[in-house]
Design a protein around this ligand. Structure first.
Ligand code: PXG
Length: 465
C-alpha cells in the first residue's frame, strides 16, 4: 500500500513546502523564513509533528474533528464505499444510495421542517448555494426584487466569492473587490468588545434591531435573507447575549425574511445538541453544514432546507446549480458512519453532561489571571479576551493581535494548539475530550498565558491603548 511516508527530514519537508505549496490565510514569505510545522499523525485529541512533538489539539483541526482522530470505522467506511462505488454524480436525474441515506439521516436530525438537503463539497460552497437558492426562491414566489442578503461584520461564511462576501471580514473584502453587490452587513453582538456601558441584554437587543433598521431602510420587498452563525466561530467565539436571537427571530418572522443559520461550526454536537439552532431556540429556514458532519475525515458541506422553500424551488423548473462532488458517495458514507458514532456513543450527552460543564467551570477560572478579561464558553467552544486592564475592558496599546499571536506561539511551544483572533484566544476541542484531557488543556493554557504575560510585561507591552 502506498502510504505517504514521512521519509524526509523536517527541514527538507519545510523547504519543499515553501518552494511549492501556497498556504491559505498565510504570509508566504514569513512562512518560508520560519518553516511550516509538519503534522504527521494524530490519535484521539493529540497531534504529532515530524519532530515527534505531541500536542493537544484544542481546535479539533479547524473546528471539525468532532469525534477525535484515529477512528478506524471511518476509514473502513471510506474503503468499502470506494470499492463499491467510488464516484457517481447526482445530476441529470441520477442518485446513489449514500446520498439518499445521508439526506434522509440529516432530514431526521434537523429541527422543524428542514427536510431537504442540497449537497456541496464545503461550507463555502454551501453558502454560495444559499445565495443562489434564496434569490431563486423569491423570484419563483413572484418577488424578484427580494435579493439582498443581510449578514454581520466579523462573520465568517467561507472563502469563495460568495462566502467571503457574506462574511464580514474586512481583510478578506480588501482583496478581490468584495463584497458582491446586494449583500449588506450589520453590527455583531460582541458585547465585550463593543457594548460600552450598556448591559449585555440591552446591547443584544440593539444589535438585533439593526437588522430591522436595514430592512426598513431597504424595504422588506428587497430583502431575501439574513445569515448568521448561531455563535460566531472564526470571529473569535463570540457568544451573543440571551436577548439577541429571540429578537432576530421575531424580526425575520415579522418581515418575511428567510433566516439562514450557518451551522458549519455549531453543528453536529459542538453545542451539546445536533445543531446550535436547537440549543439557542432558533427556527431557521436553511442551515449551512460542513466540518463536523464528517468530523473532517472527508470534505462535505450542504444546505438543509425547509419544506416550504424546497417545495417552491422544486416547482420552479431547473435550479441551474451544482457541484461535481455534490453528494460524493465516499464523503456521504463517511458522514453516515460519523453520525452513527456520535449517536451510538452518546457524544451529545457526553458534551452536555460531562465535557461542556467541566470545561465551562475550568475555562472561566482563566479569568483570574491578570491578563484575562473575560473567559466564556458555550458547549465545546471557548473564547477569552486578553487585556491589559480588565476593569475597563481596555485593548492593548500594541497593534491588535500582537499579544494574541505571542500567546498562540507560546501555546504551541508548550504542547497546546489554541488559536488567536486578534487578542482573543479561542478553543474548539474534539467533543470526545475527557476530563483528564481538559485538565491538561487548562494547565497548558494557564501556563502559556502566564508565560506570555511575563514576556509582555518585560517588553513594556502591558499597556492599555
Ligand atoms: N461557515 C462557517 C461558520 C465557517 O466557520 C465556513 C462557513 C466555510 O467552510 P469551508 O468548508 O468552505 O472552509 C466556515 C469555515 C478560522 C477558519 O480561521 C474557520 C473556517 C475556515 C477556515 C479558517 O477559524 N471556518
Amino acid at each position: 500500500m502506498n502510504v505517504i511516508a514521512n521519509h524526509l527530514p523536517t527541514a527538507e519537508l519545510q523547504r519543499l513546502d515553501a518552494a511549492h505549496h501556497l498556504h491559505p490565510f498565510t504570509a508566504g514569505a514569513e512562512l518560508k523564513a520560519k518553516g511550516a510545522r509538519v503534522i504527521t499523525r494524530a490519535e484521539g485529541v493529540f497531534l504529532t509533528d515530524s519532530d515527534g512533538n505531541k500536542m493537544l489539539d484544542a481546535m479539533a483541526g479547524l473546528w471539525c474533528v468532532n469525534i477525535g482522530y484515529g477512528r478506524r470505522e471511518l476509514a473502513d467506511a471510506a474503503h468499502a464505499q470506494m470499492l463499491q462505488l467510488p464516484y457517481y454524480n447526482t445530476f441529470f436525474q441520477t442518485t446513489h444510495v449514500p446520498a439518499i441515506a445521508l439526506a434522509k439521516r440529516l432530514a431526521d436530525l434537523a429541527p422543524g421542517d428542514l427536510h431537504h438537503v442540497f449537497f456541496a463539497g464545503s461550507g463555502s460552497e454551501a453558502n454560495d448555494t444559499n445565495i443562489r437558492l434564496v434569490r431563486h426562491y423569491w423570484a419563483a414566489m413572484g418577488k424578484p426584487d427580494k435579493r439582498v442578503i443581510i449578514s454581520r461584520h466579523n462573520a465568517y461564511h467561507g472563502s469563495t466569492m460568495g462566502g467571503a462576501s457574506l462574511g464580514g471580514m474586512e481583510p478578506m473584502h480588501a482583496q478581490g473587490g468584495l463584497p458582491l453587490p446586494e449583500i449588506e452587513h450589520i453590527g455583531q453582538p460582541h458585547w465585550y468588545g463593543e457594548g460600552g456601558d450598556m448591559s449585555p441584554e440591552e446591547f443584544g437587543l440593539l444589535r438585533a434591531r439593526e437588522l430591522e433598521n436595514v430592512i426598513a431602510h431597504l424595504g422588506e420587498d428587497r430583502v431575501a435573507a439574513f445569515i448568521a452563525e448561531p455563535i460566531q466561530g472564526a470571529g473569535g467565539v463570540i457568544i451573543p447575549p440571551d436577548s439577541y436571537w429571540p429578537e432576530v427571530q421575531r424580526i425575520c418572522d415579522a418581515h418575511e425574511i428567510l433566516l439562514i443559520a450557518d451551522e458549519v461550526i455549531t453543528g453536529f454536537g459542538r453545542t451539546g445538541y445536533w445543531f446550535g439552532s436547537q440549543a439557542l431556540n432558533i427556527r431557521p429556514d436553511i442551515m449551512t453544514i460542513a466540518k463536523g458532519v464528517t468530523s473532517g475525515y472527508q470534505p462535505l458541506g450542504g444546505s438543509i432546507v425547509s419544506d416550504a422553500v424546497a417545495e417552491v424551488v422544486s416547482e420552479a423548473g431547473d435550479f441551474n446549480h451544482g457541484y461535481t462532488y455534490s453528494g460524493h458517495p465516499v464523503a456521504a458514507a463517511v458522514a453516515l458512519e460519523n453520525l452513527r458514532i456520535i449517536e451510538e456513543e452518546g457524544v451529545l450527552a457526553h458534551v452536555r453532561e460531562v465535557a461542556a460543564p467541566y470545561l465551562a467551570e475550568k475555562w472561566a477560572m482563566l479569568a483570574d489571571h491578570p491578563m484575562v478579561g473575560e473567559a466564556k464558553s458555550y458547549g465545546m467552544l471557548g473564547g477569552l479576551q486578553l487585556t491589559p486592564n480588565k476593569t475597563v475592558r481596555a485593548p492593548f496599546a500594541a497593534p491588535v493581535g500582537t499579544v494574541g499571536l505571542r500567546c498562540r506561539e507560546t501555546c504551541f511551544k508548550n504542547g497546546l494548539v489554541m488559536r488567536h483572533v486578534g487578542d482573543r484566544m479561542i478553543i474548539s476541542p474534539p467533543l470526545v475530550i475527557t476530563r483528564e484531557e481538559i485538565d491538561l488543556l487548562l494547565d497548558r493554557a494557564w501556563a502559556s498565558i502566564d508565560e506570555t504575560y511575563r514576556g509582555v510585561l518585560g517588553d513594556g507591552l502591558f499597556e492599555a491603548a
